[in-house]
Every structure is written in C-alpha cells, then in structure tokens.
Design a protein around this ligand. Sequence first.
Ligand SMILES: NC(=O)C1=CN([C@@H]2O[C@H](COP(=O)(O)OP(=O)(O)OC[C@H]3O[C@@H](n4cnc5c(N)ncnc54)[C@H](OP(=O)(O)O)[C@@H]3O)[C@@H](O)[C@H]2O)C=CC1
Ligand SMILES: CC(=O)N[C@@H](CCC(=O)OP(=O)(O)O)C(=O)O
Length: 345
Amino acid sequence: MIKVGIIGSTGYAGQQLVWLLHRHRETKIVFLSSYNYAGLPFSNVYPEYYQFIQDLCIDIHTVEKKLSSIDLLFIALPHGKSFAITKKALDLGVKVIDLGADFRLKNTTTYKKWYGLNHELPEFLSTSVYGLPEINKKDIKKANLIANPGCYPTASILALAPLLKHKIIDPNSIIIDAKSGVSGAGRKANVATLFAECNESIKAYGVGCHRHTPEIEQEVSNIYGQDILLSFTPHLIPMNRGILATCYGSLVEKISQEDLYKIYEDFYKDGYFIRIRKEIPQTKWVKGTNLCDIGICIDERTDRVIIVSAIDNLIKGAAGQAIQNMNIMFDIEETEGLKFISMTP
Ligand SMILES: NC(=O)C1=CN([C@@H]2O[C@H](COP(=O)(O)OP(=O)(O)OC[C@H]3O[C@@H](n4cnc5c(N)ncnc54)[C@H](OP(=O)(O)O)[C@@H]3O)[C@@H](O)[C@H]2O)C=CC1
Ligand SMILES: CC(=O)N[C@@H](CCC(=O)OP(=O)(O)O)C(=O)O
C-alpha cells in the first residue's frame, strides 16, 4: 500500500484526488489537509462524501508532523505556496507530486515573469520531472518530484506532440485556441465564474499573456529540439468541466489524412488514455475520465493541419494525471484507479 497525504484537499483538484484515491486499490489516504477548513471533517466541506471519507482536515503544522508516515505527498495549492512543504517532504525521503505550477517551468526568470514570484527552490528544478506520462514516462519512473502539468498544456501538448516529433508543421505557425469549463478556475470565490456572470456567455481571457503559454512552449520546444514561440488563447465556457483545444499549424509538405492518422496512432500506441478518433471529439466523450481524445483534420485548401483534443480538466488535466504519475513512480499498473468511461448523458 502506498501511503499518501493530500495538501489542498478541499479545492477542486484536491477533492478530485480524494474521489479517485477512494477506490484506488493500492493506496491508503493517511491525511487530508486544508487551509480554511482545518479541524472540520472533509465531508462537512463536501457532504457527498458522507460515510465514505471520515477524515478530519488537518492544518499545515500537523501535516509537517505526519510527513514521515507517508510515501507520497500530493500538493494542490495555489501557485507559490508549495515550496516550503515540498522541501520538507523531499528531505524526509517522501516523494512529491505538485499539481500547481511551481516546478513546471525550468527557467526561474520565466517563472518570475509569468507568475510574478521569485522561485524559492531553483536547486530542485534540474531533477523535477514534467509529469506528462505519454511523453516523459521514463523520467517519471525515477522521479522524486513531479510537476504535474497544467490543464490547457496537457490538452495542447498531447495534440501537438506527434506533429512536432515528426516535423510535420512549421514550428512557428502554431496557434492554440482552447476552451475550459469554470472548475478550471478553482473553487475560490471569483466573480468571473459566478453563474450570472458566465452563463450564456463565452469569453476569451489572458489573451496574449496567459501563464500557460511558456509552459506549452517549453515542452513543445523539447519535443521539437528547438525553441518554439506560439499563440495561445484560452476561453471560459459555461460548463462545469472539460477542455477543448483546437490547434493549428502549417504543413511543411503535403500529407494525407490517413498517413497522419497512422502517425498519431503509432506515436500513442502505448498510451492507454489517448484515443485517436476518426471524428472530431467533444468534451462530453471524456468528461469524468482520464482520457484525452484527439481528432485530426488536414485542411487541404490552406495546407494547415487542425488537431482537436478534449480532456477533463480535473482528471487528465489534474488529479487523474497525478495518479497516473503516482502509479508509474511506484511501479504499479499505470491505469489503476483510472479506468472510467464517461457517464452519459
Ligand atoms: N482546477 C483545475 O482544473 C486545475 C487546477 N490545477 C492546479 O491545482 C492547484 C489547486 O487548484 P484548484 O483545486 O482548482 O484550486 P481551489 O481554489 O479550488 O483550491 C485551492 C486549495 O488550496 C488551499 N489554499 C488556498 N489558499 C491557501 C494558502 N494561502 N495556503 C495554503 N492553502 C491554501 C485551499 O484551502 P481551503 O479550501 O481550506 O481554502 C484549497 O484546498 C492550483 O495550483 C491549480 O493551478 C491544475 C490543473 C487543473
Ligand atoms: C478556467 C480557468 O480559469 N482556468 C485556469 C487554469 C487552471 C490550471 O490548470 O492551471 P494551473 O494549474 O497552471 O493553475 C486559468 O486559466 O487560470
């Protein structure tokens, strides 16, 4: 049994970890922690867990005392809040999976520029691993610290990786147009995600300046083997969960739809969670699952390729991917606790 603790368990991403781990056969939750709800039962915060999860939420000081009783710490806190506890855990030999962004960007100047914070643990960046299993599985196996990818980057990088690995598109032609449900913004009060503000409306935000841009650029540059700059525009959609990323690139030479389909199938042949679809996917097909559905279209008129990927932001975009990483790190079946089909309707 892998003994785990969850910090930030009362947020949307943390709560989703609890939901998934509850039925994971190889883990035991040792503690859940919260900031505002410390001392209260988890099921007071989320009454749907009544009878199933009886743990009290503990505070950060109690977490520190309990670190030596776990094998793995999940952290689901806002940016900039993970540094101190990550160091304490790693010093005690506890592995860490951080669902936030504090260890994703390898360059501290880039982190400062996009997050407005000084990086407090630069010495950990050379060994932290970007936890996208379909790309970095070998490194994840050996890692002690995983930077779990952002939700938009997960959908975007998985959509673009085969095109870049095989140099099928001009790397400077990439445009990503992505949409997210409101749970992507977290549970904290936020005027933009109030029902009356976002229902019956769609808006672009972070246009030209969203902090996931450098994260996507870093990872696609690694895959391509050369620095890439791209355009990324996120949109808020009035639904609870889901991300749809529509990615465009200019072909460097003509390729048939069938050949490109084969390239994608081959690239993801070991990726249980990646489904290369003959149709263009919808978020509904992956809602509540750890799947990423990818649809491919060659636009012969413009010599562009259009790739559409769909994920659930809280599962493949956060908690599910974190558990997939845990499974790989602890050498258990990669799909343990994650084999769901979306619930319809
Ligand atoms: N939502 C999503 O789709 C995704 C989120 N992530 C990342 O996961 C992390 C958590 O996000 P999410 O669950 O959405 O956010 P929420 O706002 O829903 O939850 C944040 C959690 O952090 C705790 N917290 C808030 N402020 C502090 C603080 N100052 N010190 C300690 N704890 C604090 C909260 O505690 P309390 O409840 O007690 O206030 C809560 O448990 C973030 O880094 C986010 O970027 C990554 C991918 C997708
Ligand atoms: C709809 C919405 O607001 N989404 C969030 C993305 C959340 C996420 O995955 O991001 P991090 O883990 O990098 O914070 C946003 O755009 O800020």
